[in-house]
Design a binder for this molecule. Structure first.
Ligand code: DHB
Length: 310
């Protein structure tokens, strides 16, 4: 029998599928649904220091091939998610869950990181450097100089497992430059990719979401080739100690298989989870195992990163 077990850093997971931050992870109720699904773990909604209501509605819209969103970081604040994760650390001590967080300034990032340190949370933290939806705040990871500055400050005191959520890059030189920066740090993982920022979806003669006159992050099937390129570009360039989480355009077991071929150790599902609910995890797991069985692969290691070139 094939297995979809995986590990990220020192953490082991029974299944390589999980949610993408932002979907099914706003509060305890949604996170409990994740725990009871086939997913191997969950990540919380990216937390800020203070709770936020987010942008005006409508701020999410499904299309045939994906979705557009400009949520604006609605979340319950870091203390809420940390309290819940600490509770799970007792209740489900054999399992591991991810905390996602993001600061709107470097000062806020440091306050958040120190809160995590002081809390006793033992799981992996994902620092989101790629939110495209807060008016006036650019995606941090497109500014590599500031990103390097922040990471070097953070790693002066943060000694727990840390990964970063990245926006998609679109140029080979940018892959080279970004990887050169990330390789300077003891990151546990990088997560490729966040939504493709600032697309536009039009219905009849109008935009479909209210914030920023309709501009928003694009997810779903539109973005799979971009996501795969980013996963593989970083798999080729990063120190082998930095693992890759693959996110973007995973609708089927075949999509998950392709992410793993490109080098992903863990796969996140966003748009399809929003559209289908947590049943998506059992369906995609089953489809992925069917492909592995057909090919005679027993574990993810049998094909991870083994993309063939012509
Ligand atoms: C939001 C969207 C993102 O893509 C992200 O990384 C963080 C937050 C949002 O709009 O809430």
């Amino acid at each position: 029998m094939s297995s979809t077990k995986t590990h990220v850093g020192k953490y082991e997971f029974e299944n390589c599928l999980m949610n993408a931050a932002g979907v099914c992870c706003y509060d305890r109720n949604e996170l409990e649904k994740m725990i009871h699904s086939e997913a191997g773990t969950f990540v919380t909604k990216s937390a800020t220091l203070n709770p936020r209501e987010g942008n005006p509605q409508p701020r999410y819209y499904d299309t045939e091939l994906g979705c557009i969103n400009s949520m604006g970081l609605p979340n319950l604040g870091i203390d809420y998610y940390l309290e819940y994760l600490l509770e799970l650390q007792e209740r489900l001590s054999e399992r591991t869950f991810f905390l996602s967080m993001t600061g709107l300034s470097s000062e806020e990032i440091h306050i958040l990181m120190k809160k995590v340190l002081d809390s006793g949370f033992k799981g992996p933290t994902e620092l989101n450097l790629s939110c495209p939806n807060v008016p006036g705040k650019p995606q941090l990871a497109y500014d590599l100089q500031t990103t390097e500055q922040i990471l070097s400050e953070v790693f002066e005191y943060f000694d727990r497992p840390l990964g970063i959520k990245l926006p998609p890059y679109f140029d080979i030189v940018h892959f080279d430059q970004a990887a050169a920066v990330f390789n300077k740090f003891p990151l546990t993982f990088v997560n490729c990719v966040n939504s493709i920022g600032n697309g536009l979806v039009i219905n009849d003669e109008s935009v479909v979401i209210k914030p920023k006159n309709g501009f928003g992050g694009i997810g779903g099937q539109y973005i799979k080739p971009t996501a795969l390129a980013n996963v593989h570009a970083f798999y080729q360039r990063l120190n082998p100690s930095i693992q890759i989480i693959g996110t973007g355009g995973v609708l089927t077991g075949r999509d998950a298989f392709e992410h793993i071929l490109c080098g992903a150790s863990m796969i996140q599902i966003g748009t399809s989870l929003e559209k289908e609910g947590t049943e998506v995890f059992s369906r995609v797991t089953h489809e992925l195992k069917e492909i592995m069985d057909e090919k005679g692969y027993k574990t993810l290691e049998d094909f991870k990163g083994k993309l063939k070139y012509l």
